[in-house]
Design a protein around this ligand. Structure first.
Ligand code: M6R
Length: 609
């Protein structure tokens, strides 16, 4: 998704903006641009393509200490230089309607839903548009309302706008940057006589750990060595300065070829961080959840993508261990019907970023209908984490790879803790052995990671396959979905995840000698059933890849493509079993020469609906 960075301080701004954009690259983008303000003149550069290409142009501009920059992920208008941000008003003199106006430059994240109507009015008034974007209406609107005060012009413009925005605005006549948000994240980094604004704390981190999160309908005005925060009515808003707990080195690759690979290998440590302090010496689960579960009759989990897969696992765990009824919904579907939810329901929202637009919208809908809300979130201070009634942070550290890996295993760990917490609230006794096994989990993931070289050999064998099927049952069905998603998003190979028993109801028609079928067949309660499914695929010439519990030799007559994982209790299997599938997807994509951290068309954090 789009990224914003803006700086006002004493330093040369171009390298700061470029470094910030590089930190935002992981979010996904197709074009980029900067605009600097120097002695009453705006100077800009834009490119279609990579920030490294923009860098040469930006560093060639006259030095300045005020500037804004953007990475664009196209929604309205194809990715090209004209549609890249910043967008401008009418350059002085180009049109009589704006001849006496200053130049305005805007970078925008979000979508302006009523842009066509606004554009029509502005064009009738003489404004000349050059791009196909929705964003360009903002620069013309601000220009229209400018009467010597940029803040006022921005507020007047934003009051006409429907949709979502995070914006940063420059004006050639004022030494300031005006930033505003509604529905699109913005964070302010507070430095010594210099301040930086970004759409993502990761871009602020190398600069300062002191941050202020702003809410919808608030704006920041950066002036020389200072900042102020107001609402759209012009009233000052008191804010606390928070401290980001992540360190700048956590967003380095540390010798790994890709962030994704580093994050796969970080899982033992990340899981330990999710568990830390949450199981006491008497095996009581400690979670700071301020919700009376005696009043909760049903839990509804909403999430997207990989987080939705962990939600499916959460349903199994909570229903099995705690006996609560759980529904799971795609966040994007939940809010576009009339969901039956209200008092007595708990809406649990799972999101790595805490900024996914559909998850946020679902949360707001459920809150408005009277449900209690709980979040399982990785990014501290994110919008969802601030809007839920209670939350469980993953403490997985920053996840930069677009393909989610460590966040998934930590989400499932957090869901397991929640299931056990709810079980204990209901007075259910959980065995000591269960807790011992949980404490061993990071070690078991570490052992699983040792399979990486063996999995690479399988990747070499199957990298040219055009399709894959992933099959699992029970708790391993969402693992099959997750394995398929990982493969398709980074290797661009078509892959389907299915409940193994459903295969006979359709997908089996696809099976032939060209079709690799990955079975997640570790020793759980459905083991014998899935072996039968394996026989069925083998009988039709399919190429079986089997994920088995170690020392299981029972399918050596069906396949030589075997990955062994450490034995563990059923409830922990989804975490262990997903790791080899992450590695299989990674190795295949890497062999294909794909930049796995920046897969085409994808964005790390999907902040538009
Ligand atoms: O930040 P979130 O967990 O809300 O993100 C949800 C999905 O966009 C995300 O999991 C996506 O599917 C990943 N690319 C999967 O690897």
């Amino acid at each position: 998704m789009c990224g914003i960075i803006a700086y006002f301080g004493k330093k040369n701004v171009a390298p700061i903006l470029i470094d910030g954009l590089k930190k935002l690259e992981y979010r996904g983008y197709d074009s980029a641009g900067v605009c600097l303000l120097n002695n009453g003149k705006l100077q800009s550069a834009k490119v279609k393509g990579r920030v490294s290409e923009l860098e040469k142009l930006a560093l060639g501009l006259n030095p300045a200490n005020i500037g804004i920059a953007h990475t664009r992920w196209a929604t309205h208008g194809e990715p090209n230089e004209v549609n890249a941000h910043p967008h401008f008003g009418c350059p002085a003199g180009r049109d009589p309607a704006t001849r006496d106006k200053p130049e305005i430059a805007v970078v925008h994240n979000g979508i302006i839903e009523n842009y066509s109507a606004l554009k029509e009015i502005l064009e009738r008034e003489g404004h000349i548009f050059v791009s196909k974007t929705d964003s360009e209406v903002l620069s013309h609107l601000i220009e229209k309302f400018y009467d010597g005060n940029l803040e006022n012009a921005v507020v007047k413009a934003l009051k006409l706008v429907e949709g979502t925005f995070g914006i940063a605005v420059l004006c050639s006549k004022e030494n300031k940057i005006v930033v505003a948000r509604k529905g699109s994240p913005i964070v302010l980094g507070v430095g010594e006589e210099e301040n930086i604004v970004a759409s993502d704390a990761v871009a602020v981190l190398p600069f300062t750990k002191k941050v202020v999160y702003i809410n919808d309908n608030e704006m920041i005005v950066l002036t020389e060595g200072n900042y102020s925060i107001k609402n759209f009515e012009g009233q000052a808003v008191e804010k606390v300065i928070d401290e980001i707990k992540w360190t700048a080195t956590e967003i380095e690759k540390k010798g790994f070829k890709h962030f994704m690979l580093k994050e796969i290998f970080e899982q033992p440590n990340a899981i330990e961080n999710t568990l830390r302090g949450r199981i006491d010496s008497e095996n009581k689960i400690k979670l700071s959840i301020d919700i009376d579960f005696n009043l909760i009759k049903r839990i509804v989990i909403v999430a997207c993508g990989t987080s939705w897969h962990s939600a499916l696992i959460g349903k199994y765990l909570i229903e099995k261990l705690a006996g609560f009824s759980v529904d799971v919904d795609y966040a994007s579907e939940f809010r576009y019907r009339n969901p039956i939810i209200g008092t007595g329901d708990l809406l649990l929202v799972i999101s790595q970023s805490g900024e996914t637009a559909d998850a946020l919208a679902a949360l707001r809908e459920a809150k408005a209908k009277g449900a209690k809300t709980l979040g399982i979130i990785n990014v501290v201070g994110s919008t969802i984490s601030r809007e839920v009634d209670s939350g469980i942070y993953l403490h997985a550290g920053p996840e930069i790879g677009v393909a989610s890996t460590k966040a998934f295993s930590c989400q499932v760990t957090a869901l397991l803790l929640l299931a056990l917490y709810l079980a204990q609230q209901k007075g259910k006794v959980i065995s000591k052995e269960f807790f011992d096994d949980i404490r061993d989990l990071p070690q078991k993931v570490e052992e699983t990671l040792k399979q990486s070289d063996k999995i690479l050999l399988l990747a070499e064998k199957f990298e040219d396959s055009k399709n894959f099927i992933y099959l699992g049952r029970g708790l391993n069905f969402p693992v099959a979905l997750e394995g398929a998603l990982k493969l398709k998003e980074i290797s661009y190979i078509h892959a389907e995840g299915y409940p193994a028993a459903e295969m006979k109801h359709g997908p089996i028609a696809l099976v032939d000698s060209e079709m690799p079928v990955v079975f997640i067949a570790t020793k759980d309660s459905t083991y014998s059933k899935i072996l039968s499914n394996m026989e069925e695929v083998h009988a039709r010439g399919g190429q079986v890849i089997a994920l088995l519990s170690e020392t299981d030799n029972s399918v050596s007559n069906l396949t030589e493509n075997i990955i062994m994982v450490p034995k563990c209790r059923e409830e922990l299997m989804p975490i262990i079993n997903t790791v080899p599938l992450q590695l299989l997807a990674y190795h295949i994509a890497n062999l294909k020469g794909i930049d796995v951290d920046k897969p085409k068309n994808l964005a790390k954090s999907v902040t538009v609906e």
